[in-house]
Ligand binder design. Structure first.
Ligand SMILES: [Zn+2]
Length: 243
């Protein structure tokens, strides 16, 4: 199958898990915080594993471009939290959020999706099976993100179907960036180290600054640390088994 078609299918699948994240909210509006914590712990572990594999792929190139890309990836993710005003968010207190919080969550989700798309694109260049694994990671990550977004929007009175549509819409950029990253680097291979570094920096920073701190609070530090470490190891092992 054409790699671009595989990327299109995988990244579209990953985007469609975001509205699935709203399903637990159907009956009641309370957030399933523990479940979100576990999903984020696994997603963070997979992301860190993805980052290790990508970093290893980057070692074949001169390190400076990769390092600059990584700094840009960290800076971009830091900026997404700063620009959206969600740097200090506390999922345990979402009911008391100010009225503009729904837009902030939409904005940070949309901006994240960009770097997550770049990660899928470069991973597909490292290897199609690995790229599919990274897309699966994003699919897992988009689900709790959809739950949080859905809970905020539902608390603001947004209809269920509308909130589900918005959850998918925030992630559409992932598809576009996954395909364009793959396409551009296929034509300009010299761009790989920088884009790869960007993905590594963004994945590590996102896990450490957002996913893991929230998970620790929701599901307890020991269990989350174990789940994330095992998930990370599984990704690295899988890459070793099926390069
Ligand atoms: Zn995200």
């Amino acid at each position: 199958m054409d790699p671009v078609l595989i990327i299109l299918l995988c990244s579209t699948g990953a985007v469609l898990t975001a509205p699935l994240g709203l399903l637990p909210l159907r009956g009641e509006r309370r957030m399933p915080l523990r479940r979100i914590g576990w999903a984020n712990a696994l997603a963070a572990g997979f992301m860190l594993g993805n980052a290790v594999v990508l970093a290893e792929a980057g070692l074949r190139y001169p390190p400076l471009l990769g390092a600059v890309g990584a700094l840009l990836g960290i800076g971009f993710t830091f900026w997404t939290h700063l620009a959206s005003g969600t740097a200090d968010w506390d999922l345990n207190r979402l009911d008391e959020t100010p009225p503009d919080y729904g837009y902030k969550v939409l904005l940070v989700g949309t901006l994240h999706a960009a770097s997550e798309g770049v990660a899928i694109g470069v991973a597909m260049l490292v290897g199609i099976p690995f790229g599919i694994l990274v897309a699966l990671t994003m699919a897992l990550h988009n689900m709790p993100e959809g739950t949080v977004l859905g809970a905020v929007l539902r608390a603001k009175g947004v209809a269920f179907g509308h909130a589900a549509g918005l959850a998918a819409a925030t992630n559409v950029g992932q598809i576009f960036l996954a395909i364009s990253t793959y396409a551009v680097i296929s034509v300009v291979p010299a761009a790989f180290p920088a884009a790869n570094g960007f993905a590594v920096g963004a994945l590590i920073y996102l896990s450490l600054s957002e996913l893991l701190p929230e998970s620790y609070r929701q599901a307890g530090p020991t269990g989350v640390a174990v789940a994330a470490s095992v998930a990370m190891g599984v990704v690295v092992l899988l890459k070793g088994v099926a390069p």
